[in-house]
Design a protein around this ligand. Structure first.
Ligand SMILES: C[S@@+](CC[C@H](N)C(=O)[O-])C[C@H]1O[C@@H](n2cnc3c(N)ncnc32)[C@H](O)[C@@H]1O
Length: 288
């Protein structure tokens, strides 16, 4: 399978793809995302604004599948719920036009649960129907896949071949202890005013717990509702980017460019995919 990874971020779809296929090209407008992608996958994504990508450029890749995770803010619980009217949906609308003109054999989209029932979901379903393709709407969470992390997401799978929903696993997650760094970063502990002001509202977990809240892009600067904080005998601290990466199921060797600030690392991870879940979603695609 030749794949186009659109809105590629740090390359979650590529990690999940494994030997099911090959990424012909990845596209993302973010410099930080592209530097991280290139460092980990040895392929430079195209730094392009997808809202203006010419059809011919996309068609030239001869891809069988498009894997995409468009921005979720227009559909987020904490967002403005403007769906397609949100300027951040412009690129998605354009990709839908390209899909109408030059559809691949398969398409898989990931987004937040609020995507289901939105005008964007309706547009995608209409495009899939117009092409005579089959569609599966899946909804699941990594906490069912043996990961102590909540990240409920929806996945729309479309294919020219018939699709059948597979039952997701129902594995008990292990304690968070196994996902923590061997050496703690002291700088992650909340100090002074940050501690007193936000302590009450934090989602606190301990190393023995088997859950953590969804880490969002703003985890590096926000407190309440941005992800879990770890309570230890020494105080309360943020999870490190490496710990969040493990909770997402990214490979152990995953790394960031050295110069990339902490907040940018959290932003990329907060936008990312849960790899075992994404791999399960891709296993729905019929092999040739
Ligand atoms: C939800 S994240 C996707 C994350 C990705 N699946 C991963 O595994 O990291 C959305 C990505 O789309 C990119 N993006 C947003 N708007 C874009 C646009 N108009 N053109 C190209 N890329 C865009 C962002 O930079 C971000 O990396």
């Amino acid at each position: 399978m030749r794949v186009l990874e659109l809105f590629s971020g740090l390359g979650g779809w590529r990690c999940a793809l494994g030997d099911r296929g090959q990424v012909a090209a990845a596209y993302d407008v973010s410099e930080a995302a592209n530097a991280t992608y290139a460092l980990n996958h040895g392929q430079e994504p195209r730094a392009r604004e997808l809202a203006t990508l010419p059809l011919q450029e996309l068609a030239e890749h001869g891809a069988d599948a498009w894997l995409l995770s468009p921005p979720c803010q227009p559909f987020c619980r904490m967002g403005n719920h403007q769906g397609l009217a949100d300027p951040r949906s412009r690129a998605f609308r354009h990709v839908m036009n390209l899909f109408q003109q030059a559809p691949p054999d398969h398409l898989v989209l990931e987004n937040v649960v609020g995507f289901l029932g939105s005008d964007a979901h309706a547009l995608l379903s209409e495009r899939i129907r117009d092409q005579g393709m089959h569609q599966l709407d899946l909804q699941t969470c990594p906490s069912r896949f043996g990961l102590p992390n909540q990240r409920p997401r929806v996945y729309i799978v479309a294919s020219r071949k018939p699709l059948k929903a597979l039952p997701p696993p129902d594995l008990q997650p292990p304690p968070l202890a196994g996902f923590l760094d061997a050496v703690e970063d002291e700088g992650l502990y909340l100090q002074g005013e940050a501690h007193t002001r936000h302590y009450q509202g934090l989602d606190l977990v301990a190393a023995g717990d088997r859950r953590s809240a969804c880490f969002i892009g703003g985890y590096g600067r926000r407190f309440v509702g941005s992800g879990s904080f770890l309570k230890t005998t020494r105080g309360v601290r943020r999870f490190s980017p490496a710990e969040v990466a493990r909770l997402l199921g990214l490979p152990e060797g995953f790394r960031f460019p050295e110069h990339l600030p902490l907040e940018a690392r959290y932003r990329l991870l907060g936008n990312g995919l849960s790899i075992p879940v994404a791999a399960w979603v891709l296993s729905h695609l019929p092999s040739r």
